[in-house]
Design a protein around this ligand. Structure first.
Ligand code: ZN
Length: 92
């Protein structure tokens, strides 16, 4: 499957979910955030199952990850995110 084919396959069901949320009173922007939040939660659950450690990306100007206070360079095998819902680092 090409990326274009995947995009095409996903577009229709996503639009259907968006319409259902808008029909239930969410704005289009909120509906998009709802979908993103649920996808992030699925990803976080998958990462947890697979033991993947995801840290919160350091803020601009800092090289310390807020979740554990470590430098990203000390944890090169782990991943980083800007989405709070995806952070799986337990701070240790
Ligand atoms: Zn961390």
């Amino acid at each position: 499957m090409t990326n274009d084919e995947i995009d095409q396959a996903i577009k229709e069901p996503i639009e259907r979910i968006g319409s259902a949320l808008v029909g239930a009173g969410r704005s289009r922007h909120q509906a998009l955030q709802d979908i993103r939040r649920v996808v992030n939660r699925f990803e976080a659950e998958m990462n947890k199952e697979e033991g993947v450690i995801v840290h919160r990306c350091p803020p601009i100007g800092s090289n310390e990850m807020p979740c554990c206070g470590r430098s990203p360079f000390a944890r090169m095998a782990d991943r980083m995110t800007l989405e709070d819902g995806l952070v799986s680092c337990d701070g240790k």
